[in-house]
Ligand binder design. Structure first.
Ligand code: ZN
Ligand code: ZN
Length: 311
């Protein structure tokens, strides 16, 4: 099975210097950079961090001419309640193929700032999850919820504590993700630097039990060495939970524009790199494909049944 990195940064982010060309040494079939969009960002002296859309467009145009890679425009959008209109207005003028939703800060501090160490960890986590839930209710312009545990990264939480204190909040959040047909990201920084894989062990089955189907993998690289970092580990965790193959979605988060682009590019794999467990039981038990999977394949002639098998 082929995974694609759907979360990485370049010099168009305030906190990365990396150039596109270094990532492209990996010869990816598809490439999407998701640079930071954070208004009034406490992590950057309260600047409005907005990736230069013209530069991105120019760069992609230039690279496309000399590369077999298919490029998409991506962005990682940090949202603080109250900013929704400004962000939506910006996105209407500057369209992206792939939009990640992140909660990084609350207008006063970034959730990974030292300031959180002086606060009660349950208060910080409650504030963070409440903000995430609120934003999922008021902001409808993203396809993937990134690093769900960002706000816990400087705090010491066990899966048991999450279950005991925040199951209600997380259930609410995940239901909104599902209702919006967004995907849940597995983030390599959570797995590596912040050692939070165990928190995903709690959240993945919770998400699945509520009907969640879409997962993505993101390295969150800020330098090209970290491209697709920890993908085997993250894919392994999904496999543990019975997420055995990927299936691109006809609906959101696979946007129409992306689908068109891929069909134009003659792709058999279609992009979006979604991992799904929806039909795994029927496929692995050898019984007939479910109706929706069959009709999906029929509707996209180039997508063969065998390519549904993975791992
Ligand atoms: Zn982020
Ligand atoms: Zn990021």
């Amino acid at each position: 099975m082929k995974y694609y990195d759907q979360h990485l940064h370049t010099f168009l982010s305030f906190d990365s210097q990396e150039i596109f060309e270094n990532y492209l040494l990996n010869n990816p079939a598809y490439f999407v950079a998701t640079d930071h969009f954070d208004l009034h960002n406490p992590g950057d002296n309260f600047h409005d961090d907005i990736p230069d859309y013209e530069k991105l467009t120019q760069k992609i145009h230039e690279l496309e001419a000399n590369s077999p890679t298919t490029f998409f425009k991506g962005v990682e959008i940090g949202v603080v309640p109250g900013q929704e209109k400004q962000i939506n207005d910006y996105l209407a003028q500057n369209p992206y193929d792939l939009k990640l939703l992140s909660i990084h800060q609350n207008g006063k501090f970034d959730y990974i700032d030292d300031v959180v160490l002086k606060k009660d960890k349950y208060d910080v986590a409650k504030m963070y999850f409440d903000q995430m839930s609120k934003v999922l209710g008021t902001f409808d312009n993203a396809q993937i919820l990134t690093h769900f545990e960002y706000g816990l990264r400087r705090l010491d939480f066990t899966p048991q504590e999450l279950e005991e204190h925040f199951e209600k909040e997380l259930t609410q959040i995940l239901k909104k993700v599902i209702q919006k047909e967004m995907a849940l990201e597995l983030n390599a920084k959570s797995f590596g630097y912040y050692q939070n894989a165990n928190l995903y062990r709690y959240v993945i089955p919770l998400y699945k039990s509520l009907g969640g189907k879409f997962f993505t993998l993101g390295s969150d690289a800020h330098q090209s060495e970290d491209y697709q970092a920890l993908f085997p580990e993250m894919a392994g965790l999904l496999k543990e939970f019975g997420v055995n193959f990927w299936l691109p979605s006809k609906k959101r988060p696979l946007s129409y524009r992306i689908a068109l682009k891929l069909i134009k590019a003659g792709s058999r794999n279609f992009l979006l790199f979604y991992l799904s467990s929806i039909f795994s039981s029927s496929i692995f038990s050898g019984s007939t494909m479910s109706f929706s999977a069959a009709s999906f394949c029929a509707s996209l002639n180039t997508f063969s049944f065998s390519s549904l098998y993975s791992l």
